[in-house]
Design a protein around this ligand. Structure first.
Ligand SMILES: C[S@@+](CC[C@H](N)C(=O)[O-])C[C@H]1O[C@@H](n2cnc3c(N)ncnc32)[C@H](O)[C@@H]1O
Length: 225
């Protein structure tokens, strides 16, 4: 099975209007480019109407981690973001089945959504198992990029964290190579890593790569003032 096929193979229907209204947003790339002002800020006030801390799961797929965090922290908001709709429809089913009220899922290109996040609006962001670099011409699609780190320096609140997990040593090396250009993000030593990411839940991809005996690379970056 190819790396990217899992979301496409999902057998899931779009959520009914009531659930879609509660949990699902879709912002097209064309509209985000042409008229970004038509969308609310990607923040707790903008999306949830309160000022609770906000955590962003970038490329959340079926929302396993996002839902687990929302259930664990009922006074934190969670935004699960993915460019593909189908896995998000499954994420909506999960959130509804668990009765979660502090989570939403946004179908959009993460690279266009960052600019809708106000300065310091994120308490945490997760980028777990982003797609690997397959061909050079796909470089612009990489989520581990100078843009990601610049945006995280801006969007994370002081003390906030960006968690990265990958089975791709090259991506892990790329992240480290980019760090000198992002001085407000500091690597946290392993003994200070937050428990949320790996102990709380292991996603479909995490379980899949672990079962195949792949090494999982982990980095946690903290925004310093
Ligand atoms: C390998 S999956 C990882 C899913 C999940 N984070 C996990 O740990 O299991 C990568 C996800 O990133 C999403 N993705 C890829 N490019 C994206 C982009 N530009 N914006 C938002 N999501 C993207 C894909 O649709 C896919 O669901």
């Amino acid at each position: 099975m190819g790396r990217g096929r899992y979301p496409a193979r999902l057998k899931v229907a779009p959520p009914p209007p009531e659930l879609a209204g509660r949990y699902f947003l879709s912002w097209t790339a064309r509209d985000l480019y042409a008229a970004p002002e038509q969308f609310p800020p990607a923040s707790s006030p903008g999306l949830f109407g309160n000022d609770w801390p906000l955590e962003l799961d970038i490329g959340c797929a079926t929302g396993e981690l996002a839902c687990a965090i929302a259930a664990l922290r009922p006074t934190t908001n969670v935004l699960g973001l993915d460019i593909v709709a189908k896995p998000l429809w499954r994420a909506v089913e999960t959130a509804a089945a668990r009765g979660l009220t502090n989570i939403k899922f946004l179908q959009a290109d993460a690279r266009l959504v960052y600019r809708k996040v106000p300065d310091g609006a994120l308490q945490a962001a997760y980028l777990h198992f982003p797609a690997p670099l397959l061909r050079n011409r796909q470089r612009k699609q990489l989520l581990i990029s100078p843009e990601l780190l610049a945006q995280m320096e801006r969007c994370l609140a002081p003390g906030g964290i960006l968690s990265v997990l990958t089975d791709q040593e090259a991506l892990y090396a790329e992240l480290h190579a980019l760090l000198p250009a992002a001085p407000r993000l500091r690597l946290t030593p392993p003994d200070e890593w937050s428990a949320t990411t790996t102990e709380l839940v292991k996603s479909h991809y995490h379980r899949r790569w672990e079962a195949r005996g792949r090494q999982i690379w982990r980095a946690e970056l903290r925004r310093v003032v």
